[in-house]
Design a protein around this ligand. Structure first.
Ligand code: CMP
Length: 227
């Protein structure tokens, strides 16, 4: 496929004409990676920005005890490696191919020039980065859940599996057990259940309407808590 066609799948470039896309595509270089290949390492110097056109990659860091923490997974249309080009710091994370992957790359100078030349791309970039920050904020909030609170989310998933009804893309649990019963199932106190449900509601994972509990994005809920 021609570079320009590949670029049309990248959200950053959606507002550009074919001619403008062609201008940017001319500056880009295609690279291929196999499953498990490191695309770059955390703390290395940032030289390029990457646009995924095929396959997928994981963005990872190592925890203090040496475990791999996956910050996010990127698919076709996503981009990565912009942070160190923007702030001049080193790479904030590792990026590793999860399958056969093709990326288009733009070097630092061209990337910064494109942002100056096309303000619509710069605005899209800021929007995308705001979305990423929101996701990270949610992730941090869920990390602060204790084990008991995690068990409560597991109970909610179980109720959804048992009695969930799909309604406008959301999963409704029409008759959630009372908080004391949830507490008994999760091996915790009613107060902890009450607190956990309030956090989940505040973080917009669920809505409550009397006994009805609605999971606003079931896939996301599962991804966040079913690990
Ligand atoms: P950079 O720091 O240059 O290299 C690692 C890249 O991973 C980074 O740019 C971002 O593109 C991406 N990245 C780092 N942290 C996150 C995150 N929390 N969510 C999504 N992408 C991230």
């Amino acid at each position: 496929m021609k570079k320009i066609d590949l670029l049309q799948s990248v959200s950053l470039f959606w507002e550009l004409s074919k001619e403008e896309l062609g201008h940017i595509a001319d500056k880009m270089v295609s690279s291929h990676f196999e499953n498990g290949n490191y695309i770059f390492l955390e703390d290395s110097e940032g030289e390029k920005c990457f646009f995924v056109v095929e396959g997928s990659v994981k963005v990872t860091r190592l925890s203090k005890d040496g475990r791999e923490v996956i910050l996010t997974i990127m698919n076709p249309g996503d981009f990565f490696g912009e942070m160190s080009l923007l702030d001049g710091e080193s790479r904030s994370a590792n990026v590793i191919a999860l399958e056969k992957t093709e990326v288009l790359t733009l070097n630092r100078e061209d990337f910064l020039e494109v942002l100056h030349e096309y303000p619509t791309i710069a605005i899209q970039l800021v929007k995308e980065m705001a979305g990423r920050l929101r996701k990270s904020d949610r992730q941090i909030a869920s990390l602060s859940l204790s084990d008991a609170e995690k068990r409560i989310t597991m109970c909610i998933i179980r109720f959804a599996d048992d009695q969930g009804v799909i309604k406008n893309g959301k999963v409704s649990i029409p008759k959630t057990p009372i908080q004391q019963d949830i507490a008994n199932m999760a091996g915790t106190s009613r107060e902890t259940v009450s607190r956990a449900l309030s956090i989940l509601e505040k973080e917009k994972f669920i809505e409550r309407n009397g006994r009805e509990l609605i999971i606003l994005d079931y896939k996301k809920f599962i991804k966040e808590f079913d690990s």
